[in-house]
Ligand binder design. Structure first.
Ligand code: AMP
Length: 353
């Protein structure tokens, strides 16, 4: 099947870039670009076209120095992905049938390779160029307003990427980097973490997703939570670009408190207790509501009434994301998990033995 597609020229153009790093060999580490090897018949008899070899995508070194073109390709005879040295000798390989060079497992060090094996990262955009601008919708609402559920639905059903600033901060605190202690201090106090930390986390997370998955639609949950967050946004993306739309989830405090306390049992979050909720809600009123007002005054805020049933809320969300949602996703039937989240199906009972 693959062979036929390659021969009939139905393959979509290879526009992907591969970054190889960590082998320590200057002739292996570096950037690989879609192969320009001319059309030929390979050893295994497969017709190859520029960008493709043996019916699969293939890459050359970006500096054009490799003797063998392509330098990163699939061998049908050995059933393996392989990376060559400058002289054309095989250095690293992975025996598998994957469509793409594996990025999630260790490559095998071949006779002419030197340990350690490099790590391979696939890029949807040329890493030498700036990352394309993301399509962003901000999602705000008090703790427990239901943002997480709607963002999960938008991610699984509509192909958007959900980034929660709270989750990014928790991951960063967990990773224990230079900012972990500061993050811990602010989060436990229910106060907003300093702007530089949050803005650079967001920028890096969006760029990584876009470059490595090609996905460019983002729901930013929990941002901008203060006027200072908004300033940070302007600093990165400039004042001239249009301000993204905001979905603001409205919910009365008593309902929020009730929801957060009942979820505390399974989230195990150190800030899901009465005292922290009160602090977080006070912070929300003092810092976030003025930001919501800015969006309202610019006619950029969509107020979502979360006292409606979940399906009605989801419909509002879908309509507001439609402008950027890929048609392929818009037509996708609801998954079982989505039906559970929307209250159309009950949570599965505990499994029978
Ligand atoms: P959340 O998971 O959204 O409830 O956030 C938990 C905590 O992370 C908040 O109480 C803040 O301390 C911090 N945080 C989350 N988002 C932001 C943000 N955009 N700016 C500053 N701090 C934030």
């Amino acid at each position: 099947m693959k062979k036929i597609m390659a021969e009939t020229g139905e393959l979509k153009p290879n526009t992907l870039f591969i970054e190889v790093a960590g082998s320590g060999l200057p002739e292996v580490d570096g950037l690989f670009v879609p192969s320009t090897a001319p059309s030929a018949k390979s050893e295994s008899g497969t017709a190859s076209t520029p960008g493709y070899w043996n019916g699969r995508m293939a890459w050359d070194r970006a500096d054009g120095k490799s003797a063998r073109s392509p330098a990163l390709s699939y061998s049908n005879s050995y059933k393996s992905w392989r990376i060559c040295r400058l002289d054309g000798h095989l250095a690293y390989d992975v025996t598998c049938d994957d469509e793409m060079p594996p990025t999630d497992r260790e490559w095998h060090v071949y006779r002419k390779g030197v340990a350690p094996a490099p790590k391979v990262v696939l890029h949807y955009y040329d890493p030498r160029e700036p990352c394309p601008m993301p399509n962003v919708v901000f999602v705000l609402g008090g703790p427990g307003a239901g943002k997480g559920t709607m963002c999960e639905l938008a991610e699984s059903q509509l192909g958007w990427t959900h980034l929660s600033t709270g989750d990014l901060l928790r991951a960063e605190r967990q990773a224990g980097g230079s900012t972990a202690a500061v993050i811990e201090e602010y989060m436990t106090a229910g106060k907003l973490v300093p702007n530089e930390i949050i803005v650079s986390l967001l920028r890096n997370a969006m760029a990584t997703v876009t470059r490595t998955t090609g996905k460019n639609n983002f729901l930013l949950d929990g941002f901008p939570r203060s006027l200072s967050n908004l300033e940070g946004w302007y600093e990165i993306f400039g004042r001239k670009t249009e301000l993204p739309k905001m979905l603001y989830f409205e919910c009365p405090y008593a309902v929020l408190e009730q929801r957060v306390l009942s979820r505390a049992r399974y989230t195990g979050r150190s800030d899901d207790n009465s005292e922290s909720i009160k602090l977080r809600f006070d912070t929300f009123k003092a810092e976030t509501l003025p930001t919501v007002e800015v969006f309202k005054s610019k006619a950029k805020c969509v107020e979502v009434d979360t006292s409606q049933d979940r399906q009605a809320v989801y419909e509002v969300v879908c309509n507001n994301l439609a402008e950027y949602t890929n048609e392929k996703f818009a037509a996708k039937p609801l998954t079982e998990r989505a039906e559970i989240l929307l209250g159309l199906r009950s949570y599965p009972n505990s499994r029978k033995a």
